[in-house]
Design a protein around this ligand. Structure first.
Ligand code: SF4
Length: 251
């Protein structure tokens, strides 16, 4: 890290995010609806906050709230170049429906160049490295001038997410991470989607409750956990942006 980055980091930490303040925010917004959380973020941080989505149900719900509230929060997606065609179609459909443009965040390393540099199908041999190159690092670069990262992470999604707080410090990106749906269940989210007749990825109706990159997303069996189809057969449950221990770590 350069001195400049150190200075920016220190400024961010000192000015905004000490532990007591985060605890206070969690207490203040404990019972709050996602709308109130997003409103507070917009009013306090404007476009120094950004919301990430992979176009899953939680992200669609939050995008709907942002769009109908006229918060001009940037909404970005980490495009690995390895998404299902259904995901890209859904992106286009959501942009049209909500009259907004998602910010595409990606690596300059094309899938083909990755193959040349690291060998074919890196996701099979070293998925942590692959996620680091295609997701963790692009996110870190995008977050460099942000102070807040809003996500759709929920406690009920998996064991690794069960301790998710509404407001958390993200040491990797040096931003406050806000999870307005932390306490929502999968059923809550789908009820919202259906009530508001929002579009969603048709693969969800075909055995894929959680959808990421093609090589690392598989159908689940009835009764499986909703993220069971991600990195199936590998000792990996997260891409590393939400759980830094599951990325290559070589920032
Ligand atoms: S999810 Fe799989 S293909 Fe996508 S970036 Fe991670 S390892 Fe690579």
């Amino acid at each position: 890290m350069t001195n400049t980055t150190d200075n920016v980091s220190s400024e961010k930490i000192m000015k905004f995010w000490d532990k007591d303040e985060i605890r206070h925010l969690n207490e203040q917004f404990e019972e709050a609806e996602p709308y109130s959380v997003l409103k507070w973020i917009w009013e306090n941080f404007g476009d120094e906050a950004a919301m990430g989505t992979g176009f899953g149900p939680s992200g669609i719900l939050l995008t709907h709230i942002v769009a109908k509230s006229d918060f001009d929060l940037p909404i970005f997606y980490l495009d690995t170049g390895l998404f299902f065609s259904e995901t890209y179609k859904l992106r286009d459909e959501l942009e049209k429906k909500f009259d907004l443009s998602f910010v595409r965040v990606s690596t300059d390393l094309s899938v083909k160049d990755q193959e040349i540099e690291y060998g074919s199908e890196l996701w099979k041999r070293n998925p942590n490295k692959c996620c680091f190159l295609r997701k963790v690092l692009p996110l870190k670069n995008y977050m460099a001038d942000k102070k807040v990262w809003i996500t759709g992470v929920r406690r009920s999604q998996s064991d690794t997410r069960k301790d998710t707080q509404l407001f958390e410090w993200d040491p990797l990106n040096e931003v406050i991470k806000v999870n307005p749906l932390a306490t929502w269940t999968t059923q809550d989210v789908w009820a919202y989607i259906r009530l508001n007749e929002l579009p969603y990825n048709p693969l969800h109706d075909d055995g894929y409750p959680s959808i990421g990159c093609i090589p690392c997303t598989h159908r689940v069996q009835p009764g499986d956990h909703e993220r069971a189809g991600r990195w199936g057969g590998l000792d990996k449950t997260e891409c590393g942006i939400h759980l830094p221990t599951q990325n290559d770590g070589s920032v």
